[in-house]
Design a protein around this ligand. Structure first.
Ligand code: NDP
Length: 444
């Protein structure tokens, strides 16, 4: 059996009940087969793949907190410090009831290669909790975040591990966590990114993942002589990534006709009113039914369904495995030309394969959504030099990074005879740098 297949088998056996982690490992290892097969003896001797798929450290802890009635609750907190070969661990904190160690490991593993692709010196990590922020009061959120950080603060720091936001962790949660870190450690340092502008945050960080997604989508289309202007776009999600993807798509002249949340979705044939969406989701924190009520020409549907709408470009920006094989077939039937992932692993394995085999341009999340973490790394740079760069400067750097990522994944795919396979290109380009650093640092 090949070394790669042996390791995939080991991962499944040693990490049962973690299908998302298996999926992420399988996808990456399959793509780097050409490199591993060519160096199999040396990689086996150095247990290179075992070291790649086993986190350097994983931390699991109790998070007790009090609700507004004085009742105690306990959630589970996680931080997986996966790989620090190229820099301090970096990756978000997800607060969602679906969080478990397998989800955090899948996200942390993906983060290694994503961070490498940015070209910036950041290693891979991820964390979070099964806490559900929905329906909690502001004070309950604060007490949860403080309790979470009371434990997490022992393991993180500006030069060791720098967490950020993710699903359920936005500017408010980062603020509460930063306050608690500062109180307990007595350090005002860049230990978290996604901070508010008044205490060390970076301009353009809020917009970065969504904007970055559009910069790379535009680069992809231009490379195939297609103009994004005038194209119809379907977006899923109505959170941070989705909102700023919609905003930038519109700025580039495309028309975005859908968005969704975990209860339903909107079809707005006139184009999504992004100012209204921001007001509903960022300020009032309401469901998408409020959009329909405010914009009577739009349609609201319960459940999921954005991929049945005819579009040229599909941007899944909600969560993992939300675009299935049936959805991929519908997109193809409706003439879709490109799918670029805003969320992490939103396309199932069989759907990805179908899209690639049917000539639909496809960029995986680790490349297309890396603008968020790249800008987080720019926030770290600004914190280190105690300066704050103008919006235009950060945005221009972000655009340059995304164009570079596209060029690199495209070149890596070509180099190994898989022209246009951006999944392989992203995994190979991300892996090569990590491999080089791991080899240089010895067996650690
Ligand atoms: P948010 O919490 O801001 O938004 C998530 C959106 O997806 C919400 O509209 C949410 O609906 C919806 N959603 C979440 N879970 C589900 C589900 N199980 N089924 C259907 N809809 C769901 O998160 P972000 O926008 O920050 O993140 C979205 C994705 O992008 C995630 O995969 C994240 O890991 C990834 N990502 C985010 C980055 C960032 O900078 N924020 C960077 C790179 C990747 P509802 O509000 O109803 O829960």
């Amino acid at each position: 059996m090949s070394y790669i297949d042996e390791i995939i088998g080991q991962v499944i056996e040693k990490n049962p009940d973690e299908p998302e982690f298996h999926q992420a490992v399988r996808e990456v290892l399959d793509s780097i087969r050409v490199i591993v097969d060519a160096n199999e003896a040396q990689f086996r001797r150095d247990a290179l793949l075992e070291r790649l798929v086993n986190p350097e450290r994983q931390i699991k802890f109790r998070v007790p907190w009090l609700d507004d009635q004085g009742n105690a609750h306990v959630n589970t907190g996680y931080r997986v410090q996966f790989n620090s070969a190229i820099g301090p661990y970096k990756g978000g904190l997800r607060l969602h009831p679906s969080v478990n160690i397998g989800i955090i490991k899948f996200l942390g593993f993906e983060q290694i290669f994503k961070n490498s692709l940015t070209g910036l010196p950041i290693g891979g990590g991820k964390g979070g909790s099964d806490f559900d922020p929905k329906g909690k009061s502001d004070r309950e959120i604060m007490r949860f975040c403080q309790s979470f950080m009371s434990e997490l603060c022992k393991y993180i720091g500006a030069d060791t591990d720098v967490p950020a936001g993710d699903i359920g962790t936005g500017a408010r949660e980062i603020g509460y966590m930063f306050g608690q870190y500062k109180k307990l450690r007595g350090l005002f340092e860049g230990v978290l990114t996604g901070k508010g502008l008044s205490y060390g945050g970076s301009l353009a960080r809020t917009e970065a993942t969504g904007y970055g997604l559009l910069y790379i989508t535009d680069a992809l289309l231009r490379d195939h002589d297609i103009d994004i202007k005038g194209k119809t776009v379907a977006v899923s999600g109505a959170g941070n990534v989705a909102i700023y993807a919609i905003e930038k798509a519109q700025q580039l002249g495309a028309k975005v006709v859908t968005c969704s949340d975990s209860t339903g979705w909107i079809y707005d044939p006139d184009g999504i009113d992004v100012a209204l969406l921001k007001e509903i989701k960022e300020v009032r924190r309401e469901r998408l039914t409020a959009y329909k009520n405010a914009k009577l020409t739009s349609e609201y549907h319960e459940g999921r369904g954005v991929w049945q709408i005819k579009c040229d470009i599909a941007l899944p920006c909600a969560t993992q495995n939300e675009l299935t094989l049936d959805d991929a077939k519908l997109l193809k039937e409706n003439g879709c030309i490109a799918v670029c992932e805003g969320a992490n692993m939103p396309t199932t394995e069989d759907a990805t394969k179908f899209l690639q085999e049917n000539g639909i341009l496809f960029i995986p999340g680790k490349a297309s959504n890396c603008g968020g973490v790249a800008t987080s790394a720019l926030e770290m740079s600004q914190n280190s030099e105690r300066l704050s760069w103008p919006f235009e400067e950060v945005d221009a750097k972000l655009k340059g990074i995304m164009e570079n990522v596209y060029a690199n994944i495209s070149a890596a795919a070509k180099k190994y005879g898989m022209d246009g396979n951006y999944v392989a290109g992203a995994n190979i380009a991300g892996f090569e740098k990590v491999l080089d650093a791991m080899n240089a640092q010895g067996i650690v």
